[in-house]
Design a protein around this ligand. Structure first.
Ligand SMILES: *Cc1c(COP(=O)(O)O)cnc(C)c1O
Length: 387
């Protein structure tokens, strides 16, 4: 069962394979080593648990289908997947990364990756002229995008960025965690590699740390990535994989609900007296709305940020923190992409140097009733305004 079926069908049935025991879902293979054939070969293709597990391979095939890629690799976290891509480069290689991106990965690029010898430039990748100017022909080996990008939800034109990267001889990798394969398939737009924090939407239930890479082509870069995962032991565990695969079965339902609710919330919050701005690519007022409308199909994602109104210096910050303190339904926590809605004062997490304004709250919209979500946030905003 593969591409003749639509992606939601493939996801719902996890490719539809029935296990050898007749189970409608695959069993969890836990063996860390496999029998060698008497003639000394490994016909099963499985020899040792650090690289080999049938359920992991199956789950990778599901994800590769959803992303329209050649092959996928699962890792123990999104960071393990993302850092592997940079580690597959060589000291002295130049990479371009976005100024607005997942905070922990940016810190890693600034610190350990630079110490190791990567030359990293950060640019506003949503500005194609700025991206083009940052590329060094022959030296730039990788362009990294995140779209929509944490926590301002800027959108980068993947197809245009791919053309620029390829013209310079660089590969294009896209952190598509927020877009999910439901809304965007970067490999069909010219990207070479897609990365996911599968901890987020792919799993969707806030109970697995996992990461994934999907490649357009099984090339030398992919072979190096496979080597890195095997040498470093970054493979996801079989039990976590089973939870992830279960979560992926409802990916389309969850993401579509989150998109619909987020869009309603974005519109209602735009009219809220205590909200100074709503950052959501689905709003016509968003600077990248046109690119998002072209590149994202069926919705603009479940992630948004709001800027909270406040008087005087630090007024917005104080009211934003008080709003997060005043919610009863939303959960005050980091992370995103789960069925439960989360709220977070992002500047407190990211610290100095963050692109997040001090009055910004990041919202991960879950699948609860949207009226409940709005009412709770609205009462928290009103209560904060009375402080
Ligand atoms: C969470 C996240 C990551 C890191 O993934 P982990 O699974 O936490 O290691 C990377 N990129 C984005 C956009 C994320 O939201």
């Amino acid at each position: 069962m593969n591409r003749p079926f639509s992606p939601e069908t493939l996801a719902a049935q996890a490719l539809g394979d029935v296990g050898a025991d007749g189970g409608v879902i695959p069993s969890i293979p836990v063996a860390t080593t496999y029998l060698r054939d008497p003639d000394n070969r490994y016909r099963s293709g499985l020899s040792y648990g650090r690289p080999d597990n049938a359920l992991i391979r199956h789950t990778e095939r599901v994800l590769a289908e959803l992303e329209r890629g050649a092959e996928a690799m699962l890792f123990g976290s999104g960071m393990a997947a993302a850092t592997a891509v940079f580690q597959a480069l060589r000291p002295g290689d130049h990479v371009v990364a976005p100024t607005v991106m997942y905070w922990s990965l940016r810190n890693w690029l600034r610190g350990p990756a630079s110490e190791w010898g990567l030359k990293v430039d950060f640019v506003d990748t949503s500005d194609l002229a700025a991206l083009s100017a940052a590329l060094r022909p022959g030296t730039t080996k990788l362009v990294w995008l995140e779209t929509p990008a944490n926590p301002l939800w800027t959108v980068t034109d993947i197809a245009a960025a791919a053309e620029l990267a390829h013209r310079t001889g660089a590969r294009l990798a896209v952190d598509s965690t927020a877009a999910t394969p439901v809304l965007t398939q970067p490999l069909t737009l010219g990207a070479d590699i897609v990365m996911h924090s599968a901890t987020k939407y792919l799993n969707g239930h806030t109970d697995v740390m996992a990461g994934a890479l999907v490649t357009h082509t099984k090339d030398d870069m992919w072979a190096r990535l496979s080597g890195i995962r095997t040498y470093q032991g970054g493979l996801l565990g079989p039990f976590e994989t089973a939870l992830l695969l279960r979560g992926m079965r409802t990916l389309y339902l969850r993401v579509r609900q989150a998109c619909a609710s987020a869009h309603i919330l974005a519109e209602r919050l735009s009219a809220h007296p205590q909200v100074a701005a709503v950052l959501y690519p689905g709003l016509k007022s968003h600077p990248d709305h046109d690119v998002a409308a072209r590149q994202m199909n069926g919705g603009f994602g479940g992630m948004m940020s709001i800027r909270v109104r406040g008087e005087g210096k630090a007024g917005g910050e104080r009211h934003a923190i008080a709003t997060a303190a005043g919610v009863r339904l939303w959960k005050r926590a980091t992370s995103l992409g789960g069925v439960e809605s989360l709220i977070e004062h992002r500047a407190s997490v990211e610290g100095p140097g963050t692109p997040a304004p001090a009055d910004l709250l990041r919202l991960s919209v879950g699948i609860e009733n949207v009226g409940d979500l709005y009412a709770d946030l609205s009462q928290a905003l009103a209560q904060a305004a009375r402080l």
